[in-house]
Design a protein around this ligand. Sequence first.
Ligand code: BG6
Length: 489
Amino acid sequence: SADSTLSVVVVGASGDLARKKIFPALFALFYEGMLVENFQIFGYARSKMDDEAFRDTIVETLTCRIDAGEDCGKKMDTFLSRCFYQQGQYDDATDFQRLDARLSVMEGSLCSNRMFYLSIPPKVFISAAANAADQCASRTGWNRCVVEKPFGHDSASSLELSQALGKHLQEDQIYRIDHYLGKELIENLTVLRFSNLIFEPLWSRKYIRNVQVIFSEDYGTEGRGGYFDEYGIIRDVIQNHLLQIVALFAMEPPVSLEAEDIRNEKVKVLRSMKPVEMEDVILGQYTKRVSKAHTYPGYLDDDTVPQNSITPTFAAVAMFINNARWDGVPFLLKAGKALNKRGAEIRVQFRHVPGHLYRSKFGADPDAATNELVIRIQPDEAMYLKINSKVPGLGLRIENSRLDLPFHEERDRELPDAYERLLLDVVNGDKRLFIRSDELEAAWDLFTPVLHKIEELQAQPELYPYGSRGPVGAHYLGAKYNVRWGDLS
Ligand code: BG6
């Protein structure tokens, strides 16, 4: 509204995430008219820079989603004129006081709301949060703090972090971001389940044979090896992004769409899950591949990765939910870097049709005839259902065909990036898509024992060549539970 002002402070403004995601998302929100009229954006980081130089660093990353015309250029200029830079250390109270002073001058006598986005390494995390909260909080409006993973590296460290954060911020001020929750098709998952009569009745062990959540990237950790090596793929992607998908997929219907009701159900289902067992984990690490045209570096070829590292860049895990709805249904999660394809999908394989009426029409492979629901999160957002139908014409040939719901066609340029949706939610104080502290705790409890075991045993990852389909162990893990992994479409 006209009598309030919004200040966004991106702490860690020179980082990759800030440049690639946060500033472009803020610009997109401005472009769409979603920000209040009076706003300012501050980058905060250690390097010396003035406002102009800072603007130069972010302008390169801004794009116009809808039209690239003159109007967009003007909007960019306006946006940039509201971007400022404050140089400072993360653990220096006076630097944050300087920022506070500049903000206060700009905000004037308006009611001022402040959003802090902490996009910084774990070791400076608490001091930056403390300084933002204690030295730089608005005295007239709300203060909200967005925090990015890693939220610790196991149950104990995560709890420690939460407690330290809790000394400076109230839980309702903390927005733990998991950007997968801001993706269009993940948002759509609950709509699909709870607003269609035909899905929810099938959504249980009675009809679903297994659920697969597959994440695959066709590039390695190039340049990010330093961070990645300390975490590995389970902490980087599975314990958060993929597990969040499972929680939304498998939770009971919430009492309402209110944030607390949804998160209550997510915690409940996470707490019903069995902690992952060592024998249900396959680890992999990619190696160099030389083709005629190109040499693809192995994980260990990255200068930022310690020699002899056994950090997994691939993992497949089998998980189970011990409740009435899902008892015995394997949830198979798989994530890897430097694989043959880029994509993320949820694949729901249904049971065989009882009885044998048409089975012979499918030849030897009974799986060929089962129904499968595929939710493609990216690229090319889509949903399709594999159903059996007769090949038109004389005779009786049956084929497994697709009932298709593409979302990307014609519309893809307009689909907002996950960060846009999530940042707007922060501005609006909507916590539906953010992780509550007990959810985080439950998520860590599922993976901490096995992560410790992996470290204790110094478990060696299976090597796989860059650009391949990943370690063959994943195939055997599937077979153990009678699951054949779907191929990314
Ligand atoms: C991040 C991980 O959280 O998600 C990265 O740290 C990963 O390793 C990225 O590449 C994937 O996000 P997206 O949106 O590109 O699928």
